[in-house]
Design a protein around this ligand. Structure first.
Ligand code: GLN
Length: 230
C-alpha cells in the first residue's frame, strides 16, 4: 500500500560518501567506516529502533539513490538547501557548518572571496562548495570526487585555493597533518547539515525524535567531543 511502512527488522540502509573526515572516514586499523556522522546515525538508529547499515556512494550519487529509493536515508555532511529540499526531506539540522577558503601558507594574495577571481580552484563534485566556486568570475575550477583529493591538489601546488566545508578543511589541517595549508578570510556561508530522506519518508519523525533525545541525554555532546574536542 502506498505510504504503508512497518518495521520488519530489515536493515535500514543509509548512504554516505566515506571520505569527508571527521564526519565520514575509514578507520585505518579496522577498515570500518567511522566518524561523527556514522556514530550519530548509529545512535539515532538505537533510539529509533532501526537496524542501520551503511552504503558508501559517491557524493553526487547520494541524491539519485534517495530519489530512486535504493537507500532509506543519507548522512554525509549534507547541507540542507532549498534546492535539495524540493526533492528530498531533511531531518532537523544536526550540525552547523559553512564554507571556508583554503590556500597554501605562502600565499598572501588571496584573503577573501573576491580575491578568487581568475584563480584555479579545486572543489568536490556536487557540493555547496562546487556551486559557490562556479559563481566566481574567470575562475578555473577542478572538480574532484572527494574533499580530501581537492585539498591534496592544493598541497601539490596544482591549484590556488579550495572551497570546502570549514570543519573538514580545519580537521585536515589540524588533525590529519595536511602540510602547508591555511584557511583565510571569513566563512563564505552559514550551512546546516541534515539527514536526507526520500520526500515524505515515513521515517522522518522517528529520526527527528532520535536526534532530539540524543541532544537531551548528552549522547550528542559526547560524540561531538570525541570528534571535535581538543
Ligand atoms: N556540505 C556540503 C554539501 O552538502 C559538502 C558535503 C560533502 O562533501 N560530504 O554539499
Amino acid at each position: 500500500l502506498p505510504g504503508f511502512s512497518q518495521d520488519t527488522g530489515k536493515a535500514f540502509t543509509v548512504a554516505t560518501e566515506p571520505a569527508f573526515p571527521p564526519f565520514e572516514m575509514t578507520d585505518q586499523k579496522t577498515g570500518e567506516l567511522t566518524g561523527f556522522d556514522l556514530e550519530l546515525m548509529k545512535a539515532i538508529g538505537q533510539e529509533a529502533g532501526l537496524k542501520i547499515t551503511f552504503e558508501s556512494l559517491p557524493f553526487d550519487g547520494i541524491i539519485p539513490a534517495l530519489q530512486a529509493g535504493t537507500v532509506k536515508a543519507a548522512i554525509s555532511g549534507m547541507t540542507i538547501t532549498p534546492e535539495r529540499a524540493q526533492t528530498l526531506s531533511f531531518s532537523r539540522p544536526y550540525f552547523k557548518a559553512g564554507l571556508a577558503i583554503a590556500v597554501r601558507k605562502d600565499n598572501n594574495s588571496i584573503k577573501s572571496f573576491d580575491d578568487l577571481k581568475g584563480k584555479k580552484i579545486a572543489v568536490q563534485i556536487g557540493t555547496t562548495g562546487a556551486k559557490q566556486a562556479a559563481q566566481i568570475e574567470g575562475a578555473e575550477i577542478s572538480i574532484f570526487d572527494s574533499a580530501v583529493l581537492a585539498l591534496q591538489e592544493l598541497v601539490n601546488g596544482k591549484v590556488d585555493a579550495v572551497v570546502n566545508d570549514a570543519p573538514v578543511t580545519l580537521y585536515a589541517i589540524k588533525k590529519a597533518g595536511l602540510p602547508g595549508v591555511k584557511v583565510v578570510g571569513e566563512l563564505l556561508t552559514e550551512e546546516y547539515y541534515g539527514i536526507a530522506l526520500p520526500k515524505n519518508s515515513p521515517y522522518l519523525k522517528q529520526i527527528n525524535d532520535g536526534i532530539a533525545r540524543l541532544l537531551e541525554n548528552g549522547t550528542y555532546q559526547s560524540i561531538y567531543e570525541k570528534w571535535f574536542g581538543t
